[in-house]
Design a binder for this molecule. Sequence first.
Ligand SMILES: Cc1cc2nc3c(=O)[nH]c(=O)nc-3n(C[C@H](O)[C@H](O)[C@H](O)COP(=O)(O)OP(=O)(O)OC[C@H]3O[C@@H](n4cnc5c(N)ncnc54)[C@H](O)[C@@H]3O)c2cc1C
Length: 507
Amino acid sequence: MNKLESGAAASTVITMAMMLSLFTFLLLSVSRGSPDASPASTVCIIGSGIGGSSVAHFLRKYSPNSTSSIKIRIFERNGIVGGRMATVNVGGETFEAGASILHPKNFHALNYTNLLKLKVKKPSSDSLSLGIWDGKKLIFKTVNSSSRIPFIQFFIDKVVSFANSVIMFARYGFSLLRMQSFVETTVNRFVRYYEKFEARPVFRTVDEMLKWAGLYNLTTRTLGEELIDAGLSPLLIQELVTVITRINYGQSVSMSALAGAVSLAGSGGGLWSVEGGNWQMAAGLINHSNVKLHLHEEIESVSNLGDYYELNSTTGNTYTCEVVVVATPLDELNIQFTPPLSIPERKLQHTHATFVRGLLNPAYFGLHAASKIPELVATIEDPDLPFTSISALKQHNKKDVTYKIFSRTPLDDKLLDSIFSARRETIRINWGAYPQYHAPEVFAPFILDGGHLYYVNAFENAASTIETSAVAAENIARLILSRFFSQVPLGLSKLNASGEKYFHVDL
Ligand SMILES: Cc1cc2nc3c(=O)[nH]c(=O)nc-3n(C[C@H](O)[C@H](O)[C@H](O)COP(=O)(O)OP(=O)(O)OC[C@H]3O[C@@H](n4cnc5c(N)ncnc54)[C@H](O)[C@@H]3O)c2cc1C
């Protein structure tokens, strides 16, 4: 090599070295961020139901500029989000298989529906006929309304609804008004959870959260005890109230009174659902919250390693997270926590939802025609009764109806063949549905380890609904922002100024 060549080669090497160091510098700058920007922290959420998706939503909502400083991962063991909000397909049509109804004062759910541009669905008729079955006969029955002509149906519904109020009043009297007043008082206390930040603390425990709203005492007594004190007649408690708690929680009036009151609230007027399925709320919130969603990925261990947690999943992956949120009931799960956790023991009530397309057998109910069977057959508390309720979801024609049956134990084919005269399709779902409620309730902590491991479903001992999960999740998001990110969350009034419609309740 001559001098010129060697000089050129040297300068090429120097240029390459300079380019390499420039490239390395750029690479490091990109991966580290600007020198004074703190690295992003990761919040890992286990569960993509309404609880997990709401935590992600409220983290972003209350910290709008957090996209670069907070990474959110949601892990879901199933291939679809929504958890206990799920649909089932019967004969080509979609029905709610889990959480099906929302209360008109479920303001977070209403906000989600509005934000995500989902459509509210009202029940086709508010005057479904009700029959109370004691295993031998229908001990109570309201009037059925059905007309094929929508215009006439409207008037028939009004007349039937009035007639049914008269029938109810004749049987249960003024106790009905006392029941309504008990429910209203409870709902009015619950809506305090939508108050402005300035008026509403961030709660570190479920007990503190319930005491602040005046709801805690209801978790220390049974529903039966509370309703007797409220002046309800034993007949109303044994029949209508029992029917409602059995349908909504698969339990009797011996359940704790707060969950019982929530269940009664879910039997009033103005109930609604999301057209196409309530699970879309979870899906929409996740889509709107800049989340890395890991479907088909079950978390099997969570280890506290000092400044961070290490999560291991069934797919063999390991994740490092500064904050971990458990957004699923821990009662029937096998997640390995290091160090181990100690939380109060809780059993889940299993509800078997059986969907049948066919026709009920009138002879089973001592009737002559299927048309005489009420649209909702509910049952009183009797361990020999094989089902809790049977409701007609859709009448395709006079001999072809889709039904939903709730029961505490699975229904075998032999039993179904006696209840139904025709059965074209049967789908069975076994839900680990909600806690078994026992007064006085003992609550698991929101902060599981004194660090940054949080538990949304600690609140489920108060009541289990879409809205209570959302309310608990909102509090957890505020806890994380104030404890880990040391942020004073923005006031809702400031967020409202951005034009977002918020159903705010000022008391
Ligand atoms: C039959 C039935 C009827 C109901 N009716 C109503 C009603 O009409 N109205 C109402 O408001 N509420 C109703 N509820 C209650 C309501 O469904 C629940 O309270 C609510 O949906 C709970 O939401 P969540 O997000 O807290 O838990 P979930 O919805 O249970 O979500 C938890 C998620 O975590 C996932 N998961 C669990 N373990 C892991 C793991 N290790 N790794 C990754 N993912 C994991 C699960 O697959 C699940 O998707 C009903 C429930 C049932 C079962």
